[in-house]
Design a protein around this ligand. Structure first.
Ligand code: 13P
Length: 249
């Protein structure tokens, strides 16, 4: 049984004050909601405040990235032990905006994934193809390569908390969502690759989220798909009523 996970990626939006105002409005709207896991991923400057404010509720807060080492001379970075120390138990890894604008690589995502596993942090690894790759018929190859690289040398036992987010780059922030059929096809490719990498049980247990212009209007048809186990929501997760509508799909 894969419990659906609805996650909000706040990207570089919201000050701590705005983050707490979001929670004050949002928490009552989803109080007692247990069908889905709910996670929001604020910026690093808000994360500790959000975790503290949401304590004892059904909403968790995750980081948008992390380093794989515990400490060191790495200006700007946050380590897994630092995340654990503030009660953070989720992290987004390999988001396409990091890959596109900050030279993130799947080798590093693999190191970060191992570190997250070792620290008991639930990793949400993002994969997804460019429009050009889709148009060239390379979607399957791209997704398989990304999944394989991220999961290099990771055992089935280590992968048991893994979450994957399928985020086609052409659907992020563009308003054009993948149709449920297109998303399903990609999720099936990812699940098959998970099975090759870590075995069928991992493939069956791993939640695969869809991300890319998820809105209240399209969440229901996406969630109706067998292989879609939740959503990673950008823009629409910034507004409490809209994100709550998505959670209540
Ligand atoms: P949008 O929902 O704004 O398209 O962003 C998706 C995303 O990148 C989530 O990580």
């Amino acid at each position: 049984m894969r419990k659906p996970l609805i996650a909000g990626n706040w990207k570089m939006y919201k000050t701590p004050k705005e983050s707490l105002a979001f929670l004050d409005a949002f928490l009552p709207m989803v109080e007692g909601h247990d069908r889905d896991e709910i996670v929001v991923c604020p910026t690093m400057s808000s994360l500790a405040y959000v975790i503290e404010h949401a304590e004892g509720t059904n909403v968790r807060a995750g980081a948008q990235n992390m380093h794989w080492l515990n400490e060191g001379p790495y200006t700007s970075q946050t380590s897994p032990t630092m995340l654990v120390s503030i009660g953070c138990r989720h992290v987004l890894l390999g988001h396409s905006e990091l890959r596109l604008y900050f030279n993130e690589t799947y080798e590093r995502v693999n190191l970060k994934l191992k570190a997250a596993i070792n620290h008991g942090i639930t990793p949400i690894v993002c994969v997804g193809e460019l429009l050009a790759e889709r148009e060239d018929g390379k979607t399957e190859e791209t997704l398989r390569t990304q999944v394989r690289a991220a999961l290099r040398n990771i055992s089935a036992n280590e992968a048991r908390r893994l979450v994957i987010a399928y985020e086609p780059i052409w659907a992020i922030g563009t308003g054009s969502t993948a149709s449920p059929e297109v998303a399903s096809e990609a999720h099936a490719i990812i699940r098959a690759e998970l099975s090759r990498c870590c075995g069928q049980q991992t493939a069956d247990n791993t939640r695969i989220l869809y991300g890319g212009s998820v809105k209240p209007e399209n969440i229901t048809s996406l969630m109706a798909q067998e292989d879609i186990d939740g959503a990673l929501v950008g823009g629409a997760s910034l507004v409490p009523t809209t994100f709550a509508e998505i959670v209540h799909y």
